[in-house]
Design a protein around this ligand. Structure first.
Ligand code: ATP
Ligand code: MG
Ligand code: FE
Length: 354
């Protein structure tokens, strides 16, 4: 089946066409993304009203571009999927309403996708990963560890008790005047820095439950930056390197615990698979720590390519396809949801909807 997917929950407007074959493998036929980073950069973060307006302006054009690049017309696709939440409600409404209009006009099924499910299932599109796997979802708004047993079957085993990891990167960058989005900027500066220069805490390391906490780290970074001010370029680089080392230690420790527990539930000799998703998965330092962790545990680390880790339409189209083949579609009355935890996504009911 071929699915058109729309994404507009944050500051990326995106449309993509993806094919899912009956053997479960996938193929991206087109994947166009319009990033609003420039619209928001001056404000140091995403401004909801600006985002919603920008989504309206470019969505139709992106849909046309995605279909053209896939060399298909709307009549050729089997379903239309869109992010229905969680996210900035004004933006979500743009994609979801567009998808409803297209589905109605073309008489195609509509699939309302949880944005996090899009991140969660991407590794099946890119790497054909089988269930079950453990998912580390680290993005601008979320930091969670989930066990994935099937489409719609997500069990949260750990979460941040305060800030998301991407948010911690963004706030650190803002504090150091590195601009927005912060993750890539911090990573770039960290490459020039000494990670032992600044002593930072490692919150929750060694604790019994695989949860995260990043807000104390952010505060510690602020104190260190104030103590060193005025900051030279080297100071900034050293703080970035120290921050990245601290979060890498925390992530490796917390995820290590979750993976060991997950592995205990698998049949003997079945290697645990860890999938990393969300924008922070693009970070090479964190990646290489997780890679070492998984080798040490005789498991496998799977990270989709960077452009599929950050927000995109292909992941929404793919999640829509995965739900559709299990018999799930939504009615036109489906609502946009600003909050929608992934472990609330019920397993699709065959025959539900249409
Ligand atoms: P959510 O998916 O939770 O709704 P979001 O869609 O805004 O949030 P993504 O687009 O998946 O999040 O990811 C963006 C986040 O990833 C930002 O916080 C950004 O700083 C972070 N990020 C991107 N690249 C890197 C990197 N190389 N290192 C660290 N963080 C990064
Ligand atoms: Mg984003
Ligand atoms: Fe996202």
């Amino acid at each position: 089946i071929v699915v058109l997917g729309l994404e507009s929950s944050c500051d990326e407007t995106a449309a993509a066409v993806v094919r899912r074959r009956t053997d479960g493998s996938g193929e991206i036929l087109s994947n166009v993304v319009f990033s609003q980073i420039e619209e928001h950069a001056a404000f140091g973060g995403v401004v909801p009203e600006i985002a919603a307006r920008a989504h309206v302006e470019v969505m139709d054009g992106l849909v046309e571009a995605a279909l053209a690049e896939a060399k298909l017309s709307l009549a050729d696709v089997d379903a239309i999927a869109a992010t229905a939440g969680p996210g900035l409600i004004g933006g979500v409404l743009v994609g979801l309403t567009t998808a409803k209009a297209l589905a109605y006009a073309a008489k195609k099924p509509l699939v309302a996708v949880n944005h996090l499910e899009g991140h969660a299932l991407t590794a099946r599109l890119t790497h054909g990963v089988d269930f079950p796997y453990l998912l580390l979802l680290v993005s601008g708004g979320h930091s969670q560890i989930l066990r994935v047993d099937g489409v719609g079957q997500y069990t949260r085993v750990g979460t941040t008790i305060d800030d998301a990891l991407g948010e911690a990167f963004d706030k650190t960058a803002k504090l150091l005047q590195l601009g927005y989005p912060g993750g890539p900027a911090v990573e770039k500066m960290a490459a020039e820095g000494d990670s032992r220069r600044v002593a930072l805490p490692r919150p929750l390391i060694g604790r019994d439950e695989p949860n995260f906490s990043f807000s104390g780290l952010k505060t510690a970074v602020r104190h260190e930056a104030e103590a060193l001010a005025p900051l030279s370029r080297q100071d900034v680089a050293d703080i970035c390197a120290s921050f990245q080392a601290a979060v890498s230690d925390v992530v490796a420790d917390r995820v290590g615990l979750a993976v060991r527990r997950f592995a205990e539930t698998l049949a003997d000799g079945h290697p645990p698979v860890l999938v990393v998703a969300g924008g922070v998965a693009a970070n090479k330092a964190i990646r290489s720590r997780l890679d070492a962790l998984m080798s040490g545990l005789n498991g496998r680390l799977v990270v989709p390519p960077g452009n599929l880790c950050t927000d995109n339409g292909a992941m929404i189209a793919w999640a829509g396809a995965e739900r559709l083949v299990t018999g799930h579609a939504d009615g036109f009355d489906v609502a946009a949801r600003p909050r929608w935890p992934l472990d609330d996504v019920a397993a699709p009911l065959v025959g539900h909807g249409r």
